[in-house]
Design a protein around this ligand. Structure first.
Ligand SMILES: O=C(O)CCC(=O)C(=O)O
Length: 210
């Protein structure tokens, strides 16, 4: 049986676009960017066909599992090591090319890489961070696609503590576009939750200037 066959939450397949009004950020949310039928199929395919990897990191001298599974895809196959774990960039498959091409209809960017995160349940998460480092943060395009359970995508300003935090529910089939200096100015995270929730897959298609 398919793990994700949601039909009840949305009665319409209409795309709903929201531009977030946050200082120093350029963020646009598209709900229902993929139809329910497409989203169900893509969730089930990605869950089954992705070579999910358990990456580890050293914290206070101890090897610790990341609280999620990951996989990298891109234009060319390549060995990489961002954490303690050696991993591989796999070459785009048909589902990822379909998603990438649909995003390209909205934003004319040739994404080179994509990180897939698999949040198995509410215990899986990603802590506060900014994507990329130094100069690279100043001009990036990240297209973040969600399939599966809705999780709250939280944002806080990197330096202005008096700016309010924001929480965006990223729903099945949504696209969140983060452009310009968003990564320079804002941190983001997905918190753990004690709620009993279904799995979620997030894909971040990434672009940096050459
Ligand atoms: O799962 C998400 O929505 C966020 C993923 C993320 O922050 C990342 O891949 O850097």
């Amino acid at each position: 049986m398919d793990l994700f066959t949601q039909t009840d939450l949305f009665s319409t397949n209409e795309v709903h676009k929201t531009e977030l009004d946050l200082p120093g950020a350029d963020i646009v949310l598209f709900e229902n960017f993929f139809s329910i039928e497409e989203s169900n199929k893509l969730f089930n395919n990605l869950l089954k066909n992705t070579p999910w990897q358990q990456e580890q990191i050293t914290i206070h001298g101890k090897e610790v599992d990341y609280p999620r599974l990951t996989a990298w895809y891109g234009d060319i196959s390549k060995d990489i090591q961002y954490t303690n774990t050696k991993s591989k960039i796999h070459v785009w498959n048909a589902d990822l090319l379909f998603i990438k091409e649909r995003i390209a209809q909205e934003v004319a960017i040739k994404f080179k890489r994509c990180l897939l995160n698999y949040y198995r349940d509410g215990k899986d998460s990603v802590d506060w961070h900014q994507d990329y480092k130094g100069e690279q943060r100043k001009n990036t395009v990240i297209a973040s696609v969600t399939f599966g359970a809705t999780r709250s995508f939280q944002l806080k300003h990197a330096t202005c503590k008096d700016l309010k935090r924001v929480a965006i529910p990223l729903t099945h089939g949504s696209l969140l576009l983060m452009q310009g200096a968003t990564q320079e100015n804002w941190k983001h995270k997905i918190s753990k939750t004690t709620k009993k929730i279904k799995p979620r897959i997030n894909l971040t298609f990434r672009w940096l200037p050459e």
